[in-house]
Design a protein around this ligand. Structure first.
Ligand SMILES: [Zn+2]
Length: 96
């Protein structure tokens, strides 16, 4: 039987980003839940630094934005990740 020893996040919590938001477990070593919002390429109008690989995310590339559920910081606290880097965040070696 799987263990159920942690609270289940509200996966439909309003994020203010058009209802695309969801909640997922954060990066390795960051044992909290994160809001995750998918940004389509049409809305990616700036270059961002991905914390997963330390490379840039180019304009027009679909990616995800994530920030801690329990962190009530502003938009500046959100981190933009390559979609693949976010998916591999729990297993990637060398994550800083
Ligand atoms: Zn990346």
């Amino acid at each position: 039987m799987p263990r159920h020893n942690r609270r289940e996040p509200d996966r439909r919590r309003e994020t203010g980003d058009g209802g695309l938001g969801r909640v997922e477990r954060g990066p390795r070593g960051d044992d909290v839940d994160y809001h995750v919002v998918t940004i389509p390429g049409s809305r990616a109008k700036k270059v961002y630094m991905c914390p997963g690989c330390s490379n840039t995310i180019a304009v027009g590339v679909a990616h995800v934005v994530a920030w801690p559920v329990d962190d009530f910081g502003g938009v500046d606290d959100r981190r933009h990740w390559h979609t693949g880097c976010w998916r591999g965040r729990r297993t990637r070696t060398g994550y800083r």
